[in-house]
Structure formats: C-alpha cells, structure tokens
Ligand binder design. Sequence first.
Ligand code: BGC
Length: 367
Amino acid sequence: MVNEIFTKTHTSLRDASIRIIKANQADSGAYIASPNFNVYNFSWFRDGAFIADAMSATGEHNSALDFHIWATKIIIEREEKIASLIRRGKQGEKITNDEHLHCRFTVNGEESKEEWTNLQLDGFGTWIWSLDEFLIRGYSLPLATYRAVETLIGYLGTFWQIDTYDWWEESYGHQHIANLGSLAAGLERCSRWKNISDESKTFAADTAKQIMYLIRHRGLSNGRLAKWIDGDGLDASLIALVAPFGLLANDYSIARETVDAVATSLGFLGTYRHSDDWYFGGGKWPLLSCFLGLAYISLDERDRAEEILRWMDTVSNNQLELPEQLEEPLLQPEKRAQWIEQWGEPAIPLLWSHAMYLSLYSALRKD
Ligand code: BGC
C-alpha cells in the first residue's frame, strides 16, 4: 500500500534524483561526485558505494552493477601494487600516505595528480558493504568482483589500524570511528560469502571483530560513539554505524545515545558534520539528516524519519537538485568567502545527497 507520505513532491524528487545520478554516471560506470564543482569531478569510493546502494535499493540495479564493475577494475588493476604494500606493511616498512590506495579516481580509473588527502580507506569497506546489500537484493556480481574483494580483505586487514583522514578528508592522525565502522561493516559482510576462500573469510571476520572490540573499548565517550579512538569528539558520520551499517544492533544504548547526541548537538532537520566545521563556512548537510532518518527507522522511530524525508523536499532548488550543504545558518560564516574564491560556489547537485534521499525514501517505502 502506498503510504500517504509519498506525495507528488516526493515522487518527483525521487525521479529527479534517479535522473541526476544517471546523467552523471560515466560510460565507465563511475559516478561523478558533482558535475558543477571542479574539485568534485572525480568518483570517490565512499560516495560511489552509497550512490550504487541507493540506486539498487530504488530498482536501478544496472546502474549499481556498472559502478561495481568500474570499482572492480580499479582494484584488479592494482593487485600487484596492493600485494607489494601488504608485503612492505608486514615487514614494518614505512609507507607514505600517497602510496596507499587513493580515495578518489578519474572516471577512467586513474589517480588524480592533484595534491589531495588521499588516505582514507573507509570507501573500500563501504563498497564491500554495498556489494553485500546488492547480493541480498538477489543480484549477482562478476567473479572478478569477488577476486577484488579478496584482495581488499588482505589490504584492509593489514592496514586497518593506521591513522587516516576522516570521512571529511580532514583530521589526519587518528583512527576515526566512522572509517573503522565502514571497514568493519564491509569485512563482516563478506566474511559470509561463499565465493571467498576460507582463509580470507576467517581473516575478514577476525579483523571485523577486532575493529568492533576496539570501538567498544576505546571508541566511546559519555556512552556514545566518539569521533576517534581515545577521543571524545562528536561527528555526524558516526551515525553510519547505527544505520545503514547496523553494527550496533546489539548495543541499543550506544546507538540511542549517539543518535540523540548528533540530533541534539549537530541538528536533526539539517545536520552539521561536526561543531568545528569551517568548509564553505560550515553549513548543514542534508545527506547527514538522511543518515539520521535511516537510524531512526532502525530505532523504531519512523515518524522522525518521515519528518526528515518531508523536510528534504524543502532543500532542493527549482531544478530539484540537492546541495552538498545549506547556505545558512553557517557555523563560521566569515570563512565562506575564502572557499568560494578558491573553489567557486559549493557543490550542487551532489550525487551523494540524492543517493541518501533515495535510500531514506526506499527504506520508508519498504513496509
Ligand atoms: C567530503 C567527502 C566527499 C567528497 C565528495 C568532500 O567535501 O568531505 O566526504 O567524499 O566531498 O563528495
């Protein structure tokens, strides 16, 4: 039965989101983060994995599969490089940040030569998680994808403890809980696949367990998740561990406290990334409110999730494009001009925003 919250506006924003995502998927399968913002003319594993998942949740399986094939190719083409990194890592050799796999690639699958905070790793875990969601929906993956995942199991299992940049490509020098959660989600999911060798399955499962142990023992503050290991900061990316990753299904109180802290301190209808954000002045990110919406569904608070879905209609522009962030209220308005001068107006449409809208829409639609 069609729920009454699925008004005409929702349907058009849903259709527009699918159209915008498809229009910005390259022939190679890569999703461009944003077409109207030069710096985002790349495909990130993190954004792409969430976009592919949203597309498959909404019935656009071919689009998701094309992305998965593009991502598979990137890993397969770097098998030797990854094997050498693993070997060097095990021998305790120093590996510089940019020698690691990059977080974003050109649509043709190459590293960008521009200087960037490339070391993030979470996108590879999120990608594996999104592959599992794709399989759960009944679709199949090429054999090469399983091979790529085996390679990633070895890589992520060797390097999950290193310091990286966070989801926001900032704060180097910590083990970020959102990044660790992304790795645990992917590794735990693929440890159950039958097309993976027993050795890899065990390694993936053990690594996921170690990550969750570390998070439970050194990743909490005031009963909620902290931004990084041994820290006490708050960051909206933490919501991903509650949903869609579902890593706290047996830790109701941690999930509850994390969701409440983010909604109260960083916002519910419009959510800041963290309280020190100054990127383009630090606006509220609609996509993060959608993550909160998914978390509310998992906490049986559907009303709040519906409220977020309705609110999302108010943040698209006349062409039904969703922005990366809202123009106001800003946390540090005095910092906005310098970003605009450097990089131009902030990204709109942002494919990841459309994806999270679609994910929330599909989750609410699934009664
Ligand atoms: C965000 C990243 C995102 C990238 C592309 C950055 O500003 O911090 O999380 O992957 O934009 O959308």
